[in-house]
Design a protein around this ligand. Structure first.
Ligand code: FCB
Length: 433
């Protein structure tokens, strides 16, 4: 069965940040620091999904999706990141999972979507190798409760973005701006992933995947410095996170950045533990030029000549086809089946829910995915980001990605035109097959 779903993440929708024993996450801390998020927005309330999850499951049921990708908040399960489980936190996810199953929707949990327990950040966060082992313990704890009902699990969401925005540039939690000093956060997340794959399987989980953010990299010109910078960017954004998982080795970083001296014997075997699927989040290609300042081996040259989303991201549906066929060309038989675990766009839907631009975006990207499938790429699922307008990290509530409009003052949900469109689209899939 091809999985058609919507995706969300805990901190972006749940709210209820102090309820039922939940611990503090790095996003609670970061969002409350002055100047970190646009207009000082926080996820304290978000979509209040912790209380309105029944309504949200009903919305998905009405939409006709057969899968739902959501994330589990580590600090709800282990408030301090390690130690005994907080039963009430696990109970929340169990209720959600059971309601989804009842509605005929396959739950697809992600164990880490950036909301690290603050207590672990106080011990260095992903710069500390021990956090990788703690993550595997946490994964096992959740799996012991839910593995009997949940077939497919995702370990991490976008370790690249978490490293780059959270540890290299300082624009996401935990707000570190270490530039290439952020690289250990890549290795420790990858190690955490590999250890978690093993822990999940030991706990009876049938299928495991990871979600990577990938981008086709376009050199700004065919001049040598731009080509070299584009290669560096491709390595840091794409290959650093796919090669070790799929090939059991790191790409050669030596020409661009300091060596990864945190890698120990045996780590790569753990990281390359076979997967059942590779999750891909696609938003847009990236155009790269030679560096203009010290510190990083590239510059983002920006893409012009395409329409853009409200976020200013270029809309390039064919980039999804390019990405998928490129992965197949690069990894061949080592590439597991692919799930598009996120794709979508922000629109200025503050006053209108007639989001025709989102409908066109989704239609064109689904067509590009199908083109890649015709070209031989094995894609098994597609998840729209996102079910609801939600807390878009540093942008706060300013970027609306939902199929469903949320009035954040009243928590009223109003399905947009794209919701009705997707519903009709999914009905047509069912009659066609
Ligand atoms: C991805 C994130 C997701 C959401 C979208 C717009 O990078 O995984 O949480 O913010 O971008």
């Amino acid at each position: 069965m091809f999985l058609w779903g919507t995706a969300t993440a805990a901190y972006q929708i749940e709210g209820a940040v102090t309820e039922d024993g939940r611990g503090v996450s790095i996003w609670d801390t970061f969002a409350h620091e002055p100047g970190r998020t646009r207009d000082g927005h926080t996820g304290d309330m978000a979509c209040d999904h912790y209380h309105s999850w029944r309504e949200d499951v009903a919305l998905m049921s009405g939409l006709g999706v057969n899968a739902y990708r959501f994330s589990i908040a580590w600090p709800r399960v282990q408030p301090l990141g390690t130690g005994p489980a907080n039963t009430k936190g696990l109970d929340f996810y169990e209720r959600l999972v059971d309601a989804l199953l009842e509605a005929g929707i396959q739950p697809v949990p992600t164990l880490f979507h950036w909301d690290l327990p603050q207590a672990l950040q106080d011990r260095g966060g992903w710069l500390n190798r021990e956090v990788s082992e703690m993550f595997a313990e946490y994964a096992a704890t959740v799996a012991h409760r839910l593995a009997d009902r949940v077939p497919l699990w995702i370990t991490l969401n976008e370790p690249f973005v978490h490293m780059a925005f959270g540890y290299a540039m300082g624009v996401h939690a935990p707000g570190e701006a270490l530039l290439t000093g952020a690289l250990p956060a890549a290795h420790h997340q990858l190690l955490a992933h590999g250890l978690a794959v093993r822990a999940l399987r030991a706990a009876g989980v049938a299928q495991v995947a990871i979600t990577n953010n990938c981008t086709p990299v376009w050199p700004a010109s065919q001049r040598e410095p731009d080509l070299r910078a584009a290669e560096a960017y491709d390595i840091l954004h794409n290959r650093l996170f796919n090669d070790p998982i799929l090939l059991g080795k790191y790409p050669d970083l030596s020409a661009y950045v300091p060596t990864l001296d945190v890698v120990r014997d045996g780590d790569l075997d753990v990281i390359a533990t076979p997967l059942d699927a590779l999750g891909i989040n696609y938003y847009n290609p990236t155009r790269i030029a030679a560096p203009t300042s010290e510190g990083l081996p590239f510059t983002d040259a920006g893409i012009t000549g395409y329409p853009t989303t409200a976020f200013g991201w270029p809309i390039v549906p064919d980039g999804l086809r390019e990405l998928l066929t490129g992965l197949k060309a690069r990894y061949g038989a080592a590439l597991p089946p692919i799930l598009i675990t996120e794709n979508g766009c922000s629109n200025d839907d503050t006053v209108t829910v007639d989001d025709q631009a989102r409908i066109a975006f989704l239609e064109d990207h689904i067509a590009a995915m199908r083109q890649a499938m015709e070209e031989g790429v094995d894609v098994r699922g597609y998840f729209v980001w996102s079910l609801l307008d939600n807390f878009e990290w540093a942008e706060g509530y300013h970027q609306r990605f939902g199929l469903v409009h949320v009035d954040f003052a009243t928590q009223r949900r109003i399905p947009k035109a794209s919701y009705a469109w997707l519903k009709g689209f999914l009905e047509r899939q069912n009659t066609d097959t």
